[in-house]
Ligand binder design. Structure first.
Ligand code: MN
Length: 192
């Protein structure tokens, strides 16, 4: 099997009450596992077997793109969390947020608004362009800004499976609470 699911760096109950153990078990344990299993089935005995996951994402479409991108997106999502997160960005990212948005709170507000504005399933992305400028974008379904030449820094999953067990229809509450587990040290390192 080409791609394997990494082990999370925290226990399934560590993100509660922001994200419950049950949601981690379903979202990471079942949804993400299914994307990776399907990806492996789709690439078996094809030229894609020799590619990295990022190469597959930027050189595929349809079902293969959807499963490859979702496999990547969820690793990126779950590995930005910590039960004891660093609450503020540092270094160059802290300076860039201040320069572009004025404050971390304003960046959070804009990302929450972007998430509330997505109709149906998708992701909110914070990315950097080749000059280091930050961009907040909305993406439907599996879309990932790396296909537009951007470098992802942080992502918010707004598929219902990300929050429905814990927040039911209250997507806005989920988006507001999620900052309590975002580790800005990890996000700052991604930006460097
Ligand atoms: Mn998801």
């Amino acid at each position: 099997m080409k791609f394997t699911q990494p082990k999370l760096p925290y226990s399934p109950d560590a993100l509660a009450p922001v994200i419950s153990q049950r949601t981690v078990e379903y979202h990471w344990g079942k949804h993400e596992k299914a994307y990776i299993d399907t990806l492996n089935d789709l690439i078996r005995d094809t030229g894609y077997e020799d590619m990295t996951l990022e190469q597959i994402i930027t050189h595929s479409e349809g079902k293969l793109f959807n499963n490859a991108s979702q496999a990547w997106n969820h690793i990126f999502y779950f590995f930005q969390f910590s039960p004891e997160p660093t609450p503020e960005p540092n270094g160059r990212l802290a300076e860039q947020i201040e320069r572009q948005f004025g404050s971390l709170d304003e960046l959070k507000r804009l990302m929450e608004d972007a998430g509330k504005g997505i109709f149906g399933s998708g992701w909110v992305w914070l990315s950097a362009d080749h000059e280091g400028k930050l961009l907040i974008t909305q993406a439907g379904n599996a879309a990932n800004p790396m296909t537009d030449g951007l470098r992802p820094i942080l992502t918010l999953d707004v598929w219902e499976h990300a929050y429905y067990l814990d927040y039911q229809n209250l997507r806005a509450d989920y988006l507001h609470k999620i900052w309590d587990i975002i580790d800005w040290d990890i996000i700052s390192i991604r930006y460097e």
